[in-house]
Design a protein around this ligand. Structure first.
Ligand code: PBG
Length: 327
């Protein structure tokens, strides 16, 4: 048969395929989320996230060592305080769990990258991401708290702060507060495009952060929208965001792509708890091959245009990349 084009030529052997790849992955692009709890000697598996753990601050170094051995050196820290209150005061307590974890890790591992989730829902008694006014989250009353949390993270040693509350104007509020307190060098990774998603379910069990009433649809984005995502991203860029994030990842790859096309800032995508839990459950039921699926889904996120990938599978992925199974 006379065929001038035969795409199969470049697929014939593993070395050919790996030479002709369009998407390259690196462990340096991966971020592993860690959950810090109050106490000592705790490394407890999270029932809704098999294979992920609650760590007391003293147990964090071992987790970081594991990650470093796999090639992952960037971490996103979440805190579960012992006590919650109306104002989420545990979030900006200089001795809060995240602040303790930051100080300890900063001293032990000067070269790792410590990113903190800046939000209130894990710390408030009502589980909402801000200060309540009646049954509504009061946007403007929340901003000073969000800024205060970010500052306390920077003071405890965070390299990057990542606000996930979805209040309007929070990036500007954080930027101003950091700048006024000699932290103008600390970047903001904005959860610019965060949807009101059912994929956060297992996280809310893990963090005890489900809202006590109502939902988050009044501040997180409507999953029907993509033009609104560009508007959110544009606002955050204008307010001084250094990096953008789209979250969740897997059901929002069109959004990752759209944000990539429009903006030049480094772009992160977050494969959230529900994405991880579904792969785990499918594999446990013997329905899918966990390793192959985690590799293929990670690939799709980078192919869509993400530069940075936040995933509970960070260690496994880093190993897969190093083995040459993907990337
Ligand atoms: C805090 C926050 C959430 C997640 C990250 N930061 C929960 C939420 O918005 O309800 C979800 C992460 C995940 O599901 O893995 N606001």
């Amino acid at each position: 048969m006379e065929l001038s084009e035969r795409p199969r030529r470049l697929r014939r052997t593993p070395v050919l395929r790996s030479l002709a790849r369009e998407t390259r992955l690196s462990p340096r692009a991966l971020i592993w989320p860690l959950f810090i709890v109050e106490g000592q000697g705790i490394r407890r598996e999270i029932p809704s996230l098999p294979g992920q753990y609650h760590y007391s601050p003293d147990k964090l170094p071992a987790a970081v060592e594991e990650a470093l051995a796999a090639g992952v050196s960037a971490f996103l820290l979440f805190g579960l305080p012992a006590l919650k209150d109306e104002l989420g005061s545990g979030a900006y307590d200089p001795n809060g769990v995240v602040q303790q974890g930051l100080r300890l890790l900063r001293e032990r591992f000067p070269h790792i990258l410590l990113i903190t989730d800046v939000c209130m829902c894990e710390y408030t008694s009502h589980g909402h991401c801000g200060i309540l006014h009646g049954h509504e989250v009061d946007n403007d009353a929340t901003l000073p708290y969000i800024a205060k949390i970010a500052l306390s993270h920077a003071q405890a040693g965070a390299d990057i702060v990542a606000p996930s509350d979805m209040m309007d104007g929070r990036v500007a509020a954080i930027r101003r507060t950091l700048d006024n307190n000699s932290y103008s060098h600390i970047p903001i990774l904005s959860y610019a495009v965060k949807y009101a998603s059912a994929f956060y379910g297992p996280f809310r069990d893990a963090a005890g952060s489900a809202p006590a009433f109502g939902d988050r649809k009044g501040y997180q984005m409507d999953p029907h929208n993509v033009r609104e995502a560009l508007r959110e991203a544009a606002l955050d860029v204008r307010e001084g965001a250094d990096m953008l994030m789209v979250k969740p990842a897997m059901s929002y790859l069109d959004v990752v792509h759209a944000v990539r096309e429009r903006f030049d800032l480094p772009l992160a995508a977050y494969s959230v708890s529900g994405e991880y839990a579904m792969i785990k459950a499918g594999a446990q039921a013997g329905l899918i091959d966990e390793y192959a699926i985690l590799c293929e889904s990670a690939l799709s996120v980078f192919r869509a245009g993400a530069d940075i990938y936040i995933t509970y599978y960070a260690k496994e992925l880093a190993q897969a990349i190093q083995k040459g199974d993907i990337g």
